[in-house]
Design a protein around this ligand. Structure first.
Ligand code: NAP
Length: 291
């Protein structure tokens, strides 16, 4: 059996085209240009690429973006001040603080300072709390992107056993929350595995839907996948030979899974599309209705 490819690149392109259309309407109706402010501290090459791609995607959708750089040795106070300035700037609707931050900066303290209405990554505790309660304001970009991939691929989530590999605040934990909620592309029975889980393979083999988000190159092998399962690979790992691979052994798992995302071209483009969606939504919420 050969798995159906879930083409995140194509699905994200369709979503971006839709967002561009909605942004156009919004701009015509209100005269307001949605604006995403990206904050980059230091010179992490991967972060540079992520921010560049996010800004390019904004441009393609009629969303303005600005880049705010601080040196790698910037202090926490300097970054807090920058975030406060962006919070107060009425022309800025979304704030993205690119992670990871340098060691001298307390990431949590920074993310806690972003205005929850501009928190397009959905990292602020207020927004996370709303997600936990099943009444989200912003949906977290990567988990929401995975959900949209499952939807686009026609994967039945209600009643399905979904196994999430990884429990990070950015991917694993919110992913589990979204899938266990009541509602569309949810209502799954969710198991979360992490580095202390015993016999991970015995659990993943029970998964109708397997989401891999652990940052371990090609960790998920064919014998860990139930025949016909839908497998979403969130991992992005750079090998020593320069190749980019996911957390799933794509070639082997392709023979077992029913549907599978590639890396690159799977979850990555969806994360960016969901960020654009949140930025447009943030601009709507911050724009008073016309009288
Ligand atoms: P992270 O913060 O490092 O978390 C990794 C998680 O995996 C942790 O919960 C860890 O368990 C668990 N884990 C590690 N080794 C394991 C093992 N052998 N068995 C079971 N669980 C294990 O990583 P992250 O930020 O969630 O990112 C995960 C991957 O997704 C990375 O490759 C990252 O680059 C990628 N990513 C991609 C996108 C995208 O848009 N495509 C977005 C974000 C992240 P403990 O909690 O016990 O340590």
């Amino acid at each position: 059996m050969s798995a159906r490819l879930i083409d995140g690149k194509a699905i994200a392109a369709g979503i971006r085209a839709e967002i561009a259309e909605r942004t156009n309407h919004f701009r015509a109706e209100t005269g307001v240009v949605p604006h995403l402010a990206a904050v980059l501290v230091g010179e992490n090459p991967a972060s540079e690429v992520y921010v560049r791609n996010k800004r390019k995607a904004c441009e393609g959708c009629g969303i303005a973006s600005s880049l705010h750089r601080l040196a790698g040795n910037a202090s926490q106070a300097e970054l807090l001040e920058l975030v406060a300035t962006l919070n107060a700037d009425r022309a800025v609707h979304g704030i993205l603080v690119q992670l990871p931050l340098p060691k001298q900066i307390d990431e949590t303290a920074i993310l806690d300072t972003v205005d929850p209405l501009k928190d397009v990554d959905a990292f602020h505790p207020h927004n996370v709390g709303l997600i936990v309660q099943g009444r989200p304001r912003f949906l977290p970009c990567t988990p929401h992107g995975c959900q949209r991939l499952l939807q686009a691929a026609g994967v039945q989530t209600a009643g399905a056993h979904a196994v999430v590999l990884g429990r990070s605040e950015i991917v694993g934990k919110p992913m589990a929350l979204l899938l266990m909620q009541k509602g569309a592309v949810a209502d799954a029975t969710v198991t979360v595995c992490h580095s202390r889980t015993r016999d991970v393979a015995a659990i993943t083999r029970q998964a109708d839907i397997l989401i891999a988000a652990i940052g371990r190159p090609e960790f998920v092998t064919a014998d860990m996948v139930k025949p016909g399962a839908a497998v979403i690979d969130v991992g992005i790992n750079r090998l020593d030979d320069g190749r980019l691979v996911g957390d799933v052994d794509f070639t082997a798992v392709q023979e077992t899974a029913g549907a599978l995302t590639p890396v690159p071209g799977g979850v990555g483009p969806m994360t960016i599309a969901m960020l654009l969606e949140n930025t447009l939504q943030a601009a709507r919420w911050q724009t008073p209705p016309a009288r």
